[in-house]
Design a protein around this ligand. Structure first.
Ligand code: COA
Length: 186
């Protein structure tokens, strides 16, 4: 099923998205901002990743698409725990710098949260963000995440250990936000 936001559509990852994802994952600027890390990815590696990439009951990946720009990024959920009703954000990314700060990340995140809470019946989404990733922390706060703690010096990048901010959003936090900002009303 496609998920329709106000600015983006979330759809299954297709083979033609892989070059955008490969360029993004190979970008040092991007690697600096995300919690995970990767060795350089060749076209062959990326093709193999795509061939093994399936949505499942424990992990969902979506390409973020806009009408104007086509495939612009990726979002998803991992470690979906059906008993406890929780999942972890997969690390949202908007590939092109020039289209960031236009509300696409916020719209993609709220679209995914609406699906998680109103269709999958989850109750909680976990996230973790590097303490210096100001745009991501700002976006998390805008979509209802609350800071729940800090893992001190948990991530090593650029020759230093950095703090990792731990966040969570409950279904009730999301509902409170939507009731106050009327995001889905037009
Ligand atoms: C994080 C990310 C997905 C946000 O996407 P986006 O489309 O730019 O997000 P939005 O436009 O919806 O919101 C970003 C907010 O951060 C703000 N922002 C941008 N740069 C900022 C900065 N340096 N300091 C503080 N806030 C900043 C924007 O102004 C905006 O807030 P506003 O709407 O109140 O003005 C995008 O920046 C990205 O892909 N970054 C690289 C990958 C990444 O860091 N992923 C997250 C891993 S945890």
């Amino acid at each position: 099923m496609y998920l329709y936001g106000k600015k983006v559509i979330l759809r299954a990852v297709e083979e033609e998205d892989t070059e955008m994802l490969r360029e993004l994952t190979n970008s040092p600027d991007f690697e600096r901002m995300i919690v995970g890390w990767a060795f350089p990815i060749s076209k062959k590696d990326q093709r193999e990743w795509f061939m093994s990439c399936h949505n499942s009951e424990s992990r969902l990946r979506f390409t973020i698409e806009t009408e104007q720009d086509g495939a612009v990024g990726m979002i998803g959920l991992k470690n979906i725990d059906w008993k406890n009703g929780s999942a972890e954000g997969l690390g949202i990314r908007i590939a092109k710098r020039e289209i960031r700060s236009r509300g696409l990340g916020t719209d993609a995140q709220l679209t995914l949260m609406r699906y998680a809470f109103e269709e999958l019946r989850l109750n909680r989404i976990n996230a973790s963000v590097l303490s210096y990733n100001a745009p991501s922390l700002k976006m998390c706060e805008k979509v209802g995440f609350k800071v729940e703690g800090v893992k001190r010096r948990a991530i090593y990048k650029g020759g230093k250990f950095h703090d990792l901010v731990i966040l969570g959003c409950l279904k009730s936090d999301y509902e409170e936000l939507i009731a106050s900002n009327h995001y889905w009303e037009d």
